[in-house]
Design a protein around this ligand. Sequence first.
Ligand code: PEP
Ligand code: MG
Length: 366
Amino acid sequence: EPKVSGHFGTMMGWADDVRTLKVRSNAETPLDAETAKRFGAEGIGLCRTEHMFFDPERIGAVRQMIMAGDEDGRRLAVEKLLPFQRGDFISLFRIMAGLPVTIRLLDPPLHEFLPHGDQELAEIAGVLGVDFATIQRRAGELSEANPMLGHRGCRLGITYPEIYEMQARAIFEAAIAIAVETGAAPVPEIMIPLVGTPRELEITRKLVDDAAAAVFAVHGRTIEYQVGTMIELPRAALLADKIAKSADFFSFGTNDLTQTVYGLSRDDAGKFLPKYVESGIYDKDPFVTLDRDGVGLLVQMAADKGRATKPGLKLGICGEHGGDPASIAFCQEAGLDYVSCSPYRVPVARLAAAQAAIGNRVDRTS
Ligand code: PEP
Ligand code: MG
């Protein structure tokens, strides 16, 4: 089925014939997934599940989960989200029709999921049946001065395992539902965010494997799946050989990796960074184009270390750099298997990947 017709389609076909990097897209919504597919994406490289929770009904359940005083309360709140998540994943699997779908377990900006203001605090207190002061105290204990370097990613999944259990269960139930519906089982790639130490991946991987076993036992059938990790902290890159032992794939989260390598907040980067670029202190905006002497070095190191442990380990990138042509050329050199970018950048990424492959060929023969 032609993605685009006419001369443009022909040219894109040539690009696809020469490139070796796969191009996937970041997508959470059915609309994003459909757009990505129309632009030629060969799978979803990053589904940020936290974006699925901002709906008022859902965020209420997340708040209850976070503010519940015990495991039972948390489990109860999280159960409310299971049918929503199952439906979300069924839609994505159906649209992507057998193409790979990488689902990242919750990487919440915790501050956005905490109750704010007296009204929200009072509401949560009412739902949970505890007094206002208790909820106020709990919210105070959870609030952080630096949320982007705080209780995020797998740290939250490990301290509140109910949420990752629920998401894993929803993914496997959705995959089985699609297998029954279409006769072809999707192969979900479950991705753990903000891993910085091998133990974090071991713990979360076990949690996912246990959820899989439980769902498979109920349904009397199994499906294939993979569990991998984001490499988005310097420590993860430094320990990539050890982390690779429990990973089926790595995906480089170069937004957070740039933030932590440069010690530069990704949320405030617009403030003084342009001056640094103008004056040549930085030769380019590091949040746009991967450098080769800092973040790029870590990416290359982690890729090599990962494959030293597991030859053929699947490697991708899902930070913003995955849609930037100069960074795509670097990804080709580093030996990555795919890039993942926002849907509208997919055509340019396909061309850039072709350019990178041809450039390499010329270099080798000259
Ligand atoms: C990243 O950090 O590069 C990434 C893809 O994750 P997020 O942007 O959601 O933090
Ligand atoms: Mg990140």
